[in-house]
Each structure stands twice: as structure tokens, then as C-alpha cells.
Design a protein around this ligand. Structure first.
Ligand SMILES: Cc1cc2nc3c(=O)[nH]c(=O)nc-3n(C[C@H](O)[C@H](O)[C@H](O)COP(=O)(O)OP(=O)(O)OC[C@H]3O[C@@H](n4cnc5c(N)ncnc54)[C@H](O)[C@@H]3O)c2cc1C
Length: 551
């Protein structure tokens, strides 16, 4: 078992390293500065640092705190895009699904899907089967299994809760699922390991210019409120739904590049609507696809797709959103009788889709890279699934600029198809905790589980559960500060763990205990502990906001 002597780690991804990194931001000049620590930004950081570029990344809140912790958590080819003839997107996504399963097998796990079809429903079975043959082909027949068509008795045997009336059969196929926040974090950690200077809770408030070119950014360290000038040869705008805010800071802003649309999910206990597959079903209102996705002891139901003009920082599910999903669930799983009270929590995210007129559902999920006359490179659109490819294409662009304008050359080709550090399946022996906890720890931390267990062994109170009903241990909060650059209570309870979504009260009763554990490591006094708990309570309230509303 690992000793708890932190000095044995040369460069842990810790709160202390972040402080060093803030100093480096002020002191050094970078080849590239990336704005945004969502999956897109961290993918660029990993790629660029692996190629040997001197890379910095700043994130205004926490890694993954934007859209990248609020997705459906699928690494998928996107079968529905075939309806819109987006063959290139599906081909790329199927390819990336294969790459991600190979390079991050502990995080990206195969997930069987079931797509039941009913009399009178579109598409017709032959069309769905033709689509799935194409899906298999676009995946070069290298998915876990090829699709299969199941007749009604087999569908009902495998998923008894699926409505039987009018059922014509179901297609069974494979995609994959991932903890989006953890994938983002592990990619950020990998970038750090390869030399990128990663700083969360640091916001870009302006761009630095010289001779009409962007030469860096004004960054505010949100912890100390210190403003820093960060110099960089190339600035990359990977700010998700905020990319246009960044572009407004540029000289000649030419109107929005993105059209944010909101998508929400419901979290319910798996015991209330249990499925072995992710089940695809239609909304009776508008025929959009909805997923029922198994997630440990929970089921996620999502998603919606509506234009969004509200506060980009705090999207929340509305009563309308919730009822839209419930109506669809009740239609396909009438026997389960899912009601408002079954919903533990909700989460809402904003898609940074490329601006185009027309309905939101049909908007393209492809990404775009644009360069402004002053040299700001913006990347928007895309998917969690295709983040590695987006990172590669963006870094190619940066590499070309650095070579042509500055004579700086990459040390190597793109290496992001190499195994993602810390995301491999390792044989680890876990003792002293019960089976669900052991499973959760190994799935979340791989070989690093020894750190969590060492903390718990040294101080038995850290072996307690954060919330009695969930497998998360108090030791994980400490690990998050020491090894995962967690700097706030929200970082720990929302993204390093998912207590906020999985506990009935969002774990609010235990929030103070977690904050008190983090306090000495982060230098929090009593007032700061109070502030942390209040911030968390506000985030928790957003997940339940729909309950107080009447239409
Ligand atoms: C409901 C929903 C479901 C989805 N499901 C899936 C799915 O199952 N599979 C899939 O492949 N894709 C899915 N997606 C799409 C996917 O989640 C997004 O494409 C992806 O997460 C976008 O990542 P990003 O890094 O571009 O944006 P973000 O994750 O939002 O990252 C941008 C970051 O920039 C930071 N930032 C902004 N301004 C500044 C500033 N001034 N200074 C510093 N930092 C700044 C933000 O804080 C943010 O963290 C889904 C999206 C939604 C909304």
C-alpha cells in the first residue's frame, strides 16, 4: 500500500502545484495558451504538450465544470445523425469510439443499446436495420459486436419493462459510456504530466495585443483575485458556449459562431426503472430520441434540446423539461409508473453548437475551427466523443502557425492515440472495504486506489462514507485536493464525486463535514467554510429548482 508521504510524489496534480503554476503563468512565455478546461481544451493541452510545445491552460471555474460534466456520458457513433445523412460525423465518431476504448479502457466502457420499434412508429424496421448495417460498416465492423435484431419475446425477456403492445421487435447494438467529468480530469492530468501548466479557477478577462496580433491574455486568479498577464505566441479559444464572449474581446468581432441549446437529464434510482441496456425511445410529443441510460445504481433519462438565452453559468431543468421526459418515459415504460417523487435530481448542460438557422435537434454536431485576423484560434461545436480528434486538428493548426511565424517545431507527431495515462485497467487488490465501495474505487481511480485506501487506513474517519447511501468515502475528498486539483467543495461533490446528483438531499447535510476536511489543506477559515457550503447549496438548489415551479 502507498505511504501517505506526499513528498514521494514529484509533481502531483494538487492544489499546491496549481499555486506554482499561477506563478509560472506570470513568469514564462508560452507557445500556446488555451482558454477553457472542458474536454476540448484539455484535449488540445494533452496533444500540444505531447508534441513538446510549451503549453498553458486556464479554466475560469473547474475542469469540466461547463458542458463537459453535464452530458449523457456516451462515447457513441451517434446513430441518429444517419437520419440527417451526416456520414462523415458518424464515421469519425465511430472511429473515435474505438480509439477511446483502446486508450482509456478503464473509463470508456462498452454499453449495449436496445432500440425497440412499435407499429406505426418511424423508422420502419427495415430502415432501422439498414441504418444499423451502415452503422456497423462506418465502425469498420470493429465494434464490440455487430447489431442484432430481436423479436418481441426476446425483447421482453431482456427488458421486461419495455411496453409490449404493438412491439415489432428491437435492434440491439453497442456504443460506450464514460464519466465525462473524470475523462476531462484525467486528460487534464495527462497534459500536466507532459509539462502543460494547468490552472483551474483562473478566468480570462481580456486579450493582450501587439501590432494587431493577440499575444496573450489578462487572467484573473479567482482565488487571490490577482490579475496576471500571460504571454503566448498563440491563444486558443476553447471556451465552449462562452467562445463568443471570448471572441467579443477580440478586435473585429463578427457575430456569434455558436447557438447554445440546453439539454437536461433526470436521475432516478435504478431500482425504479431497471434496464440492462441503454434503451432508445421516442418522445410522443415530437418524436425526438430519448435515452434511458443505466449508471451504477441509477438510471439517467435524457435529453432535451431547446434554444437557450439564459445565464450560461447556471443552466437548470425547468418543469416543462422534466415533464417532457417523464411523459416519454411513461409512454414507453407504462408499468414502471415513474413520477416526480422518483426523481432524485436533474442536471442541465448547454451544447456549444455551430450557429445555423432552423430546429435545434437537426443542428449539426460537427466542429469548426476559425482563426480571426488577429490570430485568435477558436474551436467550437463537436462532441465529447470526438474531443481527441478535435484536439489533434486544432494542434495541427497551432503547429503550422508556430513553425511559419516563429520557427518553432514540434518534437514529435501527434501522440494522443497512445494510452491515456491513468486510464488503463489494472489488477489492484482492494481490502478493508465492502464490495460496492471497492468496485467504485477501482473503477474511479485504478491503481491510485491505494492512495485513497492509505488515507482511510491512516485516519479511520476518512474511511467513512460521505453519504451513507453512496459508495464515496471521505478519503476521496482528500485525494481530490492532493491529486486532482480540487479547490472547492463543488469541485469535490459535483465532479470528483457525483454526490450532488445521487443523494436525495444532494448530500447537503454532509457538505460542512467535507468542507472541514478540505479546510486545513486549502487554508480555509470558518468564513470560507461557510462560503463553500453556501456555494454548494446554491448549485444543489439548481438541480431541484423545477420542483418549486408551476406552469
Ligand atoms: C445535454 C447534453 C448531452 C450531451 N451528451 C453527449 C454525449 O453523450 N456524448 C457526446 O459525445 N457528447 C455529448 N454532448 C456534447 C458534449 O458534452 C460537448 O460537446 C462537450 O462537453 C463540449 O466541451 P467543451 O470543452 O467544448 O465545452 P465546455 O465543457 O463547456 O468547456 C468550456 C470551458 O471554458 C471555460 N471558460 C469559459 N470562458 C472562460 C474564460 N473567460 N476564461 C477561462 N475559462 C473559460 C468554461 O468554464 C468551461 O469549463 C452533450 C451535450 C449536452 C449539453
Amino acid at each position: 500500500m502507498a505511504s501517505v508521504d506526499e513528498t514521494s510524489l514529484s509533481r502531483p496534480f494538487s492544489a499546491a502545484i496549481r499555486q506554482e503554476n499561477v506563478e509560472r503563468l506570470a513568469r514564462e512565455e508560452f507557445d500556446l495558451l488555451i482558454v477553457g478546461g472542458g474536454i476540448t481544451g484539455v484535449a488540445v493541452a494533452r496533444d500540444a504538450s505531447l508534441r513538446g510545445f510549451h503549453t498553458a491552460l486556464v479554466e475560469k471555474d473547474d475542469f469540466g465544470s461547463g458542458t463537459s460534466s453535464r452530458s449523457s456520458r456516451l462515447i457513441h457513433g451517434g446513430i441518429r445523425y444517419l437520419e440527417y445523412y451526416q456520414f462523415k460525423l458518424v464515421f469519425e465518431a465511430c472511429n473515435e469510439r474505438r480509439v477511446m476504448r483502446k486508450i482509456a479502457p478503464r473509463l470508456v466502457r462498452p454499453l449495449p443499446f436496445l432500440y425497440p420499434l412499435y407499429r406505426g412508429q418511424k423508422p420502419a424496421p427495415w430502415k432501422l436495420r439498414a441504418g444499423l448495417m451502415l452503422y456497423d460498416a462506418l465502425g469498420l465492423f470493429r465494434n464490440v459486436q455487430r447489431h442484432r435484431w430481436l423479436h418481441p419475446p426476446e425483447v421482453q425477456r431482456r427488458e421486461p419493462l419495455v411496453a409490449g403492445r404493438g412491439l415489432l421487435g428491437a435492434a440491439r447494438f453497442y456504443d460506450a459510456q464514460v464519466d465525462d467529468a473524470r475523462l476531462t480530469l484525467m486528460t487534464a492530468k495527462a497534459a500536466h504530466l507532459h509539462g502543460a501548466v494547468m490552472v483551474n479557477h483562473a478566468r480570462v478577462v481580456g486579450l493582450m495585443r501587439a501590432g494587431g496580433r493577440v499575444v496573450g491574455a489578462h487572467v484573473v486568479d479567482e482565488l487571490s483575485e490577482r490579475e496576471i498577464e500571460v504571454r503566448a505566441k498563440v491563444v486558443v479559444n476553447a471556451a465552449g458556449v462562452w467562445v463568443d464572449r471570448m471572441r467579443e474581446m477580440d478586435e473585429r468581432y463578427e457575430g456569434p459562431m455558436t447557438r447554445p441549446t440546453k439539454g437536461i437529464h433526470l436521475v432516478i434510482p435504478r431500482a425504479r426503472l431497471s434496464s440492462q441496456h441503454a434503451v432508445v425511445f421516442d418522445s410522443p410529443r415530437d418524436r425526438r430520441h430519448i435515452f434511458l441510460i443505466p449508471w451504477g445504481d441509477f438510471s439517467l433519462i435524457g435529453t432535451t434540446d431547446t434554444d437557450y438565452q439564459g445565464d450560461l453559468n447556471n443552466p437548470a431543468a425547468s418543469l416543462d423539461d422534466v415533464e417532457y421526459l417523464l411523459e416519454a418515459v411513461q409512454h414507453t415504460f407504462p408499468g414502471a409508473q415513474i413520477k416526480h417523487d422518483d426523481i432524485i435530481s436533474t442536471f442541465a448542460g448547454l451544447r456549444p453548437l455551430i450557429f445555423a438557422p432552423g430546429g435545434t435537434y437537426a443542428l449539426s454536431r460537427e466542429h469548426e475551427i476559425v482563426e480571426s485576423p488577429s490570430g485568435l484560434i477558436t474551436i467550437a461545436g463537436g462532441k465529447l466523443t470526438t474531443h481527441r480528434l478535435m484536439g489533434e486538428q486544432l494542434t495541427d493548426r497551432v503547429q503550422k502557425r508556430l513553425a511559419e511565424e516563429f520557427g518553432i517545431h514540434a518534437r514529435s507527431e501527434c501522440r494522443t492515440k497512445e494510452p491515456l495515462e491513468g486510464a488503463q485497467i489494472e489488477r489492484v487488490r482492494v481490502s478493508g472495504v465492502d464490495e460496492p465501495v471497492g468496485k467504485h474505487l477501482v473503477e474511479s481511480y485504478g491503481g491510485d486506489v491505494t492512495w485513497v485506501l492509505a488515507y482511510a487506513e491512516e485516519n479511520p474517519s476518512l474511511g467513512e462514507h460521505i453519504v451513507p447511501t453512496l459508495p464515496y468515502l471521505m478519503a476521496e475528498a482528500l485525494y481530490a485536493v492532493q491529486h486532482e486539483m480540487a479547490l472547492s467543495l463543488c469541485d469535490v461533490l459535483i465532479r470528483r464525486t457525483h454526490v450532488i446528483y445521487e443523494a436525495r438531499d444532494g448530500g447537503l447535510k454532509r457538505a460542512r463535514a467535507v468542507a472541514e476536511l478540505m479546510a486545513p489543506r486549502l487554508g480555509w477559515d470558518e468564513a470560507e467554510i461557510e462560503r463553500q457550503v453556501a456555494d454548494y447549496a446554491a448549485q444543489m438548489a439548481l438541480t431541484q429548482q423545477w420542483r418549486g415551479k408551476t406552469r
